[in-house]
Design a protein around this ligand. Structure first.
Ligand code: GBH
Length: 472
C-alpha cells in the first residue's frame, strides 16, 4: 500500500488550466460572485479609537458572565489597524467581493445627532483598499452594534426613534461612501438580534422582554430597515443596489415530493412572518396575527408600506434548515419534523449539517416572493480547529461542509434560480458573540496572542473553488 499523501502535497496549485473536462458538471455560472464576510464588532477592535462611541455589545461583553470566558471585542482581530493585510488575505483567496459591516457608534457615537467624521474615515480607507485590490465592497449598516445611548434612551429597538435614527445614519453613510460602494445591506438577521437580544437575553442588550414588547421591537427593526432602504436611495451619489442580509429560516422538505415541497414552502413563509415575509409582502401573516393575539405589534398602516419598500436583491444568511412534512390529515398545512439526537452538527451544537438549505432557501424565496438576485450573504461553519505541528489547521470537516453546501447552491443555479453570489463566513476566526473566542468560523486561523493569520486547509479549498468556478 502507498502511504497517505503528505499534507503539503494536498494543496493543489490554483492552475485552472489543469481542470479535467469531467469537472464541467461541477461548474457555477460565469460571473458568479465569490466573496467572504465579516462584521465590525467581531473583527475590528479599536473600541475606543477615533471617537467611537459605546455599543450595546461593549456593555454586554464587559458584564461578567455574559460571554464565555468574559471575552470582549476590545481588540478582536485588530482589523481596524490590520485591514490592509486582511485585504491581502482576500486577494490571495481570489475573492471578488467582501461583505463587511459599519459600526454605527463609530459614525454616530451617540446614535444620532452629530456625526463623527473620523468614524467614517476608517471605512473610506477600507473601501479604497478593497477597490485598489479589485475587490467589490458590499456594506452592511447594522450587524448588531447598536449605540448604547439609543438603548439607554428609549430602549433601543423597543423605540420607533431607533428606527428613525437608523434611517438617518444609513443616509449619512450612503452619502459618504456611495460614490464607491454600490451594494448595500441594511441589517443583519432580524430574528437573531431581536430574539436573542430582547427576548432570550443571550445577546446584547441581554433583555428578557414579554412577547408583546419583543414583537414590538421586531416591528420597529423591520421599520428601521425600510427607512434605511429609502434613505440609502435618497442620499446615494450614484445608482446603488439595496437589500437585506437575513437569517431567513428555511424549511426543507423531508423528501422531494410535491406535497412535502409545498408544506416546506408554507412553513418557510410562516416561520419568517416577522422578517422576510412582512418585508416582501407588506403584511403580517394571518397565522402570525392569530397566534400573537394581543401580543401582536401596534403600527400604523403606512408603516407596512415602508417596511415592504422594494429591494434590489435578497441576502440570505443560511447555515442550516429544519425539516418539514405535509400533514396528510390537513390540506394546506405542514408539520415540523424534529431531528433525532444523532443528527450530525458542526462544532456549534445549533449548526446541523443541512446542505439542502442552500437550495431550498433560494427556491422558496423565489417562489414565494418573486425573482430577485439572491446572494448567500453568509454560509460557513465552526470546527474544533487545532493547528498541527506545522501550524496548519487541517479542517477536513469544514471542507466537507462547504463541498456539500456548494453542491446544493450549484443545483439552484443550474435550475435557473437567480443565485448571484456567495459570501463565506468568515474570512478569519473572530469574536463569536456569546461564545467569545472559543468557537472558530474562519478560513484563516487567528492566533489571538500574536494576531497571526494562517490559512486553513479550507482556505486552500476555497481558493481552488474560486479559481475553477466549480465545486471541488
Ligand atoms: C451568524 O448568525 C451571524 O450573522 C454572524 O455574526 C455569526 O458569527 C455567524 O452566524 C456564526 O454564528 O447558541 O442556541 O443561542 C447565524 C445565526 C445566531 C445561529 C446565534 C445560532 C446561537 C444559537 N446564529 N445562534 S444558541
Amino acid at each position: 500500500m502507498r502511504p497517505a499523501m503528505a499534507s503539503a502535497a494536498i494543496v493543489a496549485s490554483s492552475d485552472a488550466d489543469a481542470l479535467p473536462a469531467a469537472a464541467a458538471d461541477r461548474q457555477f455560472p460565469k460571473g458568479f460572485t465569490w466573496g467572504t464576510a465579516t462584521a465590525s464588532y467581531q473583527v475590528e477592535g479599536a473600541a475606543k479609537e477615533d471617537g467611537r462611541g459605546v455599543s450595546i455589545w461593549d456593555t454586554f461583553s464587559h458584564t461578567p458572565g455574559k460571554v464565555v470566558n468574559d471575552a470582549n471585542g476590545d481588540v478582536a482581530d485588530d482589523h481596524f489597524h490590520r485591514y490592509k493585510q486582511d485585504v491581502q488575505l482576500m486577494k490571495a483567496l481570489g475573492v471578488k467581493a467582501y461583505r463587511f459591516s459599519i459600526a454605527w457608534p463609530r459614525v454616530f457615537p451617540a446614535g444620532s445627532g452629530a456625526p463623527n467624521p473620523k468614524g467614517l474615515d476608517f471605512y473610506n480607507r477600507l473601501v479604497d483598499e478593497l477597490l485598489a485590490n479589485g475587490i467589490r465592497p458590499f456594506a452592511t449598516l447594522y450587524h448588531w452594534d447598536l449605540p448604547q445611548t439609543l438603548q439607554d434612551n428609549g430602549g433601543g429597538w423597543e423605540s420607533r426613534d431607533t428606527a428613525k435614527a437608523f434611517g438617518d445614519y444609513a443616509g449619512y453613510v450612503a452619502s459618504g461612501l456611495s460614490d464607491r460602494v454600490h451594494d448595500w445591506f441594511t441589517m443583519n438577521e432580524f430574528w437573531v438580534f431581536i430574539n436573542l437580544g430582547y427576548r432570550f437575553g443571550v445577546h446584547a442588550p441581554g433583555l428578557k422582554l414579554s412577547n408583546a414588547r419583543a414583537n414590538q421591537a421586531a416591528h420597529n427593526a423591520v421599520l428601521g430597515h425600510g427607512l434605511g432602504v429609502q434613505a440609502i436611495r435618497a442620499h446615494a451619489k450614484r445608482a446603488v443596489r439595496v437589500g437585506i442580509a437575513d437569517s431567513t429560516s428555511i424549511g426543507v422538505p423531508v423528501m422531494e415530493t410535491p406535497a412535502h415541497v409545498a408544506a416546506a414552502e408554507r412553513a418557510t413563509r410562516e416561520s419568517n412572518a416577522q422578517a422576510m415575509t412582512v418585508i416582501r409582502e407588506g403584511k403580517y401573516t394571518d397565522q402570525f396575527l392569530r397566534e400573537a393575539g394581543a401580543d401582536a405589534p401596534k403600527y400604523a398602516a403606512e408603516e407596512l408600506k415602508i417596511i415592504s419598500t422594494p429591494l434590489d436583491f435578497i441576502g440570505l444568511n443560511t447555515y442550516t434548515g429544519y425539516f418539514v412534512a405535509a400533514d396528510p390529515t390537513k390540506p394546506d398545512s405542514y408539520v415540523t419534523v424534529p431531528n433525532p439526537a444523532s443528527y450530525p452538527h458542526m462544532a456549534s451544537p445549533w449548526l446541523n449539517v443541512c446542505p439542502e438549505s442552500l437550495y431550498w432557501g433560494s427556491r422558496h424565496v423565489t417562489k414565494l416572493w418573486g425573482s430577485k438576485p439572491i446572494y448567500i450573504t453568509e454560509n460557513g461553519c465552526s470546527s474544533s480547529d487545532v493547528p498541527d505541528k506545522n501550524g496548519k489547521v487541517q479542517d477536513t470537516d469544514r471542507v466537507m461542509y462547504l463541498r456539500n453546501y456548494l453542491g446544493q447552491l450549484r443545483r439552484a443555479a443550474v435550475e435557473g434560480l437567480p443565485v448571484s453570489g456567495y459570501f463565506l463566513w468568515s474570512l478569519m476566526d473572530n469574536f463569536e458573540w456569546a461564545d467569545g473566542y472559543t468557537n472558530r468560523f474562519g478560513l484563516h486561523y487567528v492566533d489571538y496572542a500574536t494576531q497571526t493569520r494562517t490559512p486553513k486547509l479550507s482556505a486552500d479549498y476555497y481558493r481552488e473553488v474560486i479559481a475553477r468556478n466549480s465545486v471541488l
